[in-house]
Structure formats: structure tokens, C-alpha cells
Design a protein around this ligand. Sequence first.
Ligand code: GCU
Length: 371
Amino acid sequence: MMDERKLPDMLLALSGERIKTAGQWRQTRRQEILDLFREHVYGWESAGRPEIMEFDTKVTPAMMGGSAVRKQVDIRFEGPGGAGSIRMLLFLPSTCSKPCPAFLLLNNRGSQVMDPERDAIAPFWPAERMIARGYAAAVLDVEDADPDFHDGFRNGVHGIFDRLDGERPANAWGTIAAWAWAGSRAMDYLETDPDIDASRVAVVGHSRGGKAALWAGALDERFAFVVSNDSGCTGAAIARGKQGETIRNINDQFPHWFNGNYKTYNDREEHLPVDQHMLLALIAPRPLYVASASKDEWADPRSEFLSLLHAADAYRLFGCEALAGIGFPNPEEPLASERTGYHVRTGEHDLKEYDWDRFMDFADRHAFKRH
Ligand code: GCU
């Protein structure tokens, strides 16, 4: 049964108007919720697509025993505070005769995952499996956009795009928002690549990368499918009544991830004007998949699942089916509806081949299905 936590009403606009149609949602409420998340949680990004940006691409054919083409893309940009670059690694199926759908991973595990030679294959990013199923596999290292430590927002894209004079506003973007921004810059590239079907690009992230993937999917509607793996606190999981990591825990340990205002909600989650089901609702009506791991109590699988069920209210406005009114599933029993999917994998907090296989199943059958 659905557990009954008292959550903010996503269908009640700030004006008091009740949202009943997709039109009202799109015209009013979606933007309100997005801005509430900017103001109270992730921060307002100080840059969109940079005016000065270029893509430097190196192509290597016949990788993966001839089954893939490799592209190494350097996304270079400049802002008032200097220049930066995000390196993206992309494998495309050699057999693909038309533009391919793609999975873009916002990688938070550094170079061990992104070995361009594929000498040490990490299950965290099983590019070979994606290629075999006809998907392009793209990955970027989120730390190219912003290193994952607190330096007062001097390095990374904050240093490049923020105006550094005066005190940093309490609603300025943090590191998770910088990582989401990186996802959008990767999408800028993917839109220019004739081998990619830019209308079928999924953004995927695990844990802190999953928080960034959800925020990227909320902000950037070019992502046609959004996948969260074990994203937990301030990712997919509802904050109110959450087990494991709390807002205080995450703010204390990772003060750079979210904005200054978010610190005022330590031990006061019930005062937040949003909860994470509303973040998931921002993905609607696009396909969304949430995955958990059974032993990941810190992330809290039940709070991730509950959030997804509540997000169904937004999908319903569009006349789309989403998971709703069902109990928490057994491990390895994935649930799927037209627009949302969920599974819990037995085991620890991690991103594994099992998870990727289920994301691809959902993409084949629902998210990227062509009628
Ligand atoms: C920490 C953090 C989590 C995060 C995780 C990860 O455990 O508390 O919020 O999801 O790191 O990124 O693996």
C-alpha cells in the first residue's frame, strides 16, 4: 500500500488554482516547480549554452573488435572567468545505418569508467552491451565541469561563469547543478552529430550522478528519457519521512552540492515548498525510470519508489500511463508502464549490468519505441 506521508500538493499552483489540465501544468505549474527547486535546492544556474563553445572530435573506427566506432569529443567553452572543457567519450554501433538512440551517463567515478581503450571494462558503464543492442553509449566525467570538493565555488564552471564580486547569493547554483549543465552541453554536441538521433537521447546517472541526471532531465527537455539509479537523498527519494540520509546529513557532508538556502531546511524538511516527487513530475510526460538496490538503506529504496508513484499525477494530466497504486516490488521483478518504470536489484549501492539491461529493456519496449 502507498504510505501516507504529507507532501506538498504538486497540482496546487501558488495562486491557489487547481491544476487539472496538461495546458495549465505547462503554462504555470511546471515553471513554478522548476523555479522552486532552483531557489530552494539546486540553485539558479549562471550560464546556459555558452556563446563561445566548440566541439573538437577525434574519430577512431573499428573499436570493440570492429563492432563500434569511437568518438572522443572535447567540448570547449569560455566565459568571463576563463575557459573550460568537458571530455566526452562516445561509442557508436558500426552496423547502425541510420541515426542511433543514445544513453548518456553523467559519470561520477572518474577515469576508471571512461577508459577509451576498454582495457579494463567497468560494469558501471557497459558500453559493449549498449552497442550490441543498437544503442550509442556516451559518457562524460562530471568533475570536468566541477571538481567534487568544496573550494568556495572558485574552480570548474562556477569560476568560469559566476560573477565573483561580492557575497555569493544563497540561491546560486551548486555542484549538482553544474553537473546537470554539463549534461546539457553534451546534448548540444549530440544534436550536431548526424550519427545520433537527438530525439532519442537518455540521460542516466548513479547516486550523486543520478541527482544530476534528474536535475538535467528537469531543466532540459531535449532529454527524451531520464534514468535515476540509486539517487537517494535530493535525487529521486522523497525527503519527508525518508530513512537513511537526510537533508542535514547531505548538507553537512557535501556543502557544495546544493545552494545556501537548502541548508535552512536541515531537520526542517516539512517546510520545503517542494519534495522530490515534484522533481520527477518535471520529467513528465517524457519516460522516466527509477532504480534502487535492496541494501541501499542510505538512499532508501521505498522513498524512491513512493516518489515515482506520486509523480504519476503529472503524467495523468497528459493522459499518459505511469506506475501508480501498486506495492513495493520484490527484487528482480521490474515494473513498467507506458511512461515510468522501476526495479530494485538485490545488493549494494552500485550501478551494474543488471541495471543497464533493465534500462535498455524499458527503452526498447517503451521509451524509444517507434510505432
Ligand atoms: C554519499 C552521499 C549520497 C550519494 C553517494 C554517492 O553516500 O551521502 O547522497 O548518493 O555518496 O554518490 O555514491
